[in-house]
Structures are given as structure tokens and as C-alpha cells.
Design a protein around this ligand. Structure first.
Ligand code: LLP
Length: 415
């Protein structure tokens, strides 16, 4: 059998062999909007948002904007009561554009510029201090209410590029130094909370629970040694999603719920919780559609090439990510295993090393699920390729939420 729909958004269906999402046929989406096209299912995003909100209705659920900075998406999430975690001036502007304000916004970054600190302060965002030297700079920029990011010394079992809380991490302040930073911050700012984020695409909750334990122990030290306790405890993002059938992860909202419960057990004093899911909010909601072009056999490998690749999804090259795929315009029993190559000028530009499909032919559509996070967000113009469009589908209608880039857009930057 071809890939079942379990990695796809909630509304994915196959009718007469053709894939539809949100009641819109993939063939129609591709002919109307071109390919590659990232198709987001509104219902799946809303369901994920509500599942996170249901963990604790009082909690601040802040979308990790880096997973897909998009104004329409931020508006949709804002309508569901979510805030945003931003880490650059650009992400802040996206969130402000979507109508988010004040303490619905958390401003992160290990090297915030003065301009960024000033903009975050002006927006009334909560600035998350990342180092001792930032205390004075944040105060100078007019920030007031801040959090401190802790580095609890945990090496999360995920790709090493997306671990963030190991001993020599570039992020945050280690637990030995954090008390001193907090003490300094109390002189010139109003520290209201603590933050921890141990990594991304986490498949197991145990290391995150350990991080919560260390955070709770640190809260006790703050109370005992500084007479200070956090009003806000931010447990970060990180729950993984399934990109392929052999990837196993707990449901993301259960992952997050376990952390919140652990915190309540280990640190029973009243504190509002914040969560910062990125991938788990939008990853499974997104499907990328590609058009198949050249096919060939080379050294015993059956190749099918798509009209995109590492410029619209660099995750296989960066993190060894493995995806699944199915044809979107027709169905049928697999007729072999195919290597899905991108169109870029290097051999490493392979989106899927091996996937069972009916024999792909020029003009077929390929659907790659679980591509809603960190794909368009990380897309480049390698080889002068314009970045894809994104549409939001629901109730049989598609709305463009990011227009396709054109070569003219690229030329507009040239001298
Ligand atoms: N909060 C902080 C402070 C973060 O640094 C991140 C992600 C998040 C929240 C959201 O994490 P999530 O829930 O999405 O795991 N480009 C990589 C992922 C980088 C994640 C960076 N920080 C990838 O494609 O796997």
C-alpha cells in the first residue's frame, strides 16, 4: 500500500485516488497556485492550538514563530488565544502585524541587538534575558518585565544542532550563574519569571521532566536565597512530531501536559505557566505539493525529480530528517522504491532517499506530509529559485497566506 493518511492533516482524504485537504483537491491547488506549494489545514492548526490551550486555560501558549513566520497564521492563532515567542526584529514585526501586543509576546535571542531590545521594550514584550551582560542592556533599552533563561545542563536526545540546554550551550545562563544574574536584574529590572527550553523535535519526555525538576529546585533556591519567586514559568517548546511512519513520539499536548503537571508537583507555589510550541502546532498541518519532472535509473537507483528540494526544505541536509510521501493525483499499489531528488545543483539535494510509490511519471504530484514547520521558514533562494507559496485550506476553499516569490522579487534586490 501507498502511505496511509496518518501523517497528514486531519482533513486529508483520498477520493478516486486523488488527495484532498480541507475539502480541496491537491490537483486543483497545484493548477491554481503552482508548485511547490505548502498547503496548511486550518482545522488541524485550530485543533492543535485548542489541545495546548486545554492543558491549562490560564497558561500563556506562545507560538514559536520561527517554525513558520506568517501573519495570517499568527492572526488565526491569536483568535484562539495564543501569543507568540519571537527571536528577531523580523519575527516581532510579523507578530505585531497580526495584532499581538504586550505580554502576549516573549522576545528571545542569544544576541539581541540594541534595536531589537528597544523594539521589544516598546512593544511591551517580555524580554527573556539570555546572559549576564544583557541585564544592563535590556534596562538601558527601556525593558522592564523580564524572564531569565536557564540552561539546566541537559543533553536532549535529538539532533545535536537543535539541542539547547547542554552544558556548553550558547543559550541561557547555567544554574550556578543564574542566581547572580537574577540578583543583578532585581536592581535594574523587574524579573517576573524563568524560562527553560532543552531542544526541539523531542521524542521522549523524561529529559524535559528532569529539566522541570532542576527548574523547580532553582525556584526553591531563589525563594530561600533571594526572597524572590517567579510569577511566570516558561517551559519552552520542543515536542516532536512524526515526519515518517517509523518515527514515534507522544501526542504533543500530552508531552506538554506532563511537564505542566510535574511543575505543579515540584513547585506548588502559584505561578502562571507559559508554553512555546512551534513545530507541534503547525508541522502536521502542512503538506508540500511538488510536481514530478525527470525520471531515470542510475546505478540501480530509480530517481524521480521534483520541482523543488533543498531550497524549500533543507531539513534532510541539516538534520538528517527523513520524510514520507505519496502521489497526490492518483493512487495505486507501489511499483518500486524511488529516490526523490530535488532540482538543485548538488548530489546531496535528495528529499527522500527511498519511498515506495506507484511508478512516478512526469506531471504527477507528490505530497510530502508533516512539512508545516521549519520548511518555508528556512527556505532559501539557492540557485536563484524563488520561494514557494503557502495556502490555508478549509471547507473546500483555499486562501493564499504567502504569495509565491518571483524572479523579479529576487532581481529587485540586485544593484
Ligand atoms: N522556544 C524556544 C526558546 C526555541 O528556541 C524554540 C525553537 C521553540 C520555543 C520552539 O520549538 P519547537 O516547539 O518548534 O520544537 N530548525 C530546526 C528547529 C529549530 C528550533 C529552534 N528553537 C528544525 O528544523 O528542526
Amino acid at each position: 500500500m501507498e502511505l496511509a493518511l496518518e501523517l497528514f492533516p486531519d482533513t486529508a482524504a483520498v477520493e478516486d485516488g486523488a488527495l484532498s485537504i480541507g475539502g480541496v483537491r491537491a490537483t486543483e491547488l497545484a493548477s491554481e497556485h503552482g508548485t511547490p506549494l505548502v498547503v496548511y489545514c486550518r482545522e488541524t492548526i485550530v485543533a492543535q492550538a485548542r489541545a495546548f490551550r486545554a492543558i491549562d486555560p490560564e497558561a500563556l501558549v506562545a507560538f514559536g514563530v520561527k517554525a513558520f513566520p506568517n501573519v495570517a497564521l499568527l492572526r488565526l492563532l491569536r483568535g484562539e488565544g495564543l501569543g507568540a515567542d519571537v527571536s528577531t526584529l523580523g519575527e516581532l514585526e510579523f507578530a505585531l502585524h497580526a495584532g499581538l501586543r504586550g505580554e502576549e509576546l516573549l522576545f528571545h535571542g542569544n544576541n539581541k541587538s540594541d534595536e531589537e531590545l528597544t523594539a521589544a521594550a516598546a512593544a511591551g514584550a517580555l524580554v527573556v534575558l539570555d546572559s549576564a551582560e544583557e541585564v544592563g542592556r535590556a534596562a538601558g533599552a527601556g525593558a522592564r518585565r523580564v524572564l531569565l533563561r536557564l540552561t539546566p545542563g541537559i543533553k536532549a536526545r535529538t539532533h545535536q544542532s537543535i539541542q539547547t540546554a547542554h552544558d556548553d550551550s550558547k543559550f541561557g545562563v547555567d544554574l550556578d550563574g543564574a542566581l547572580g544574574v537574577l540578583r543583578d536584574a532585581l536592581d535594574v529590572l523587574e524579573p517576573i519569571g524563568l524560562h527553560v527550553h532543552i531542544g526541539s523535535q523531542l521524542a521522549r519526555v523524561d529529559e524535559s521532566l528532569l529539566a522541570v525538576d532542576r527548574l523547580a529546585a532553582f525556584c526553591r533556591r531563589c525563594r530561600d536565597e533571594l526572597g524572590w519567586t517567579p510569577q511566570l514559568v516558561d517551559l519552552g517548546g520542543g515536542p516532536g512530531i512524526r515526519h515518517s511512519l517509523d518515527e514515534r513520539v507522544p501526542p504533543p499536548h500530552e508531552f506538554a501536559r506532563a511537564l505542566v503537571e510535574r511543575l505543579r508537583g515540584e513547585w506548588p507555589e502559584p505561578a502562571r505557566v507559559a508554553l512555546e510550541p512551534g513545530r507541534s502546532l503547525v508541522g502536521r498541518a502542512g503538506v508540500t505539493l511538488y510536481r514530478i519532472g525527470a525520471t531515470k535509473r542510475s546505478g540501480g537507483v530509480e530517481y524521480a525529480a521534483i520541482d523543488g528540494g533543498m531550497s524549500d526544505n533543507p531539513r534532510p541536509q541539516l538534520y538528517g530528517a527523513r520524510y514520507a510521501a505519496r502521489l497526490a493525483n492518483r493512487d495505486g499499489p507501489p511499483e518500486g522504491e524511488f529516490r526523490i531528488a530535488g532540482k538543485h545543483c548538488e548530489s546531496g539535494d535528495v528529499l527522500l532517499g527511498r519511498v515506495a510509490l506507484p511508478r512516478p511519471r512526469r506531471g504527477d504530484l507528490l505530497a510530502v506530509p508533516a512539512t508545516g514547520a521549519y520548511t518555508l521558514a528556512m527556505a532559501s533562494n539557492y540557485n536563484g529559485v524563488p520561494r514557494p507559496a503557502a495556502v490555508l485550506v478549509a471547507g473546500g476553499e483555499a486562501t493564499v497566506i504567502r504569495r509565491r516569490e518571483t524572479v523579479d522579487d529576487l532581481l529587485a534586490l540586485e544593484a
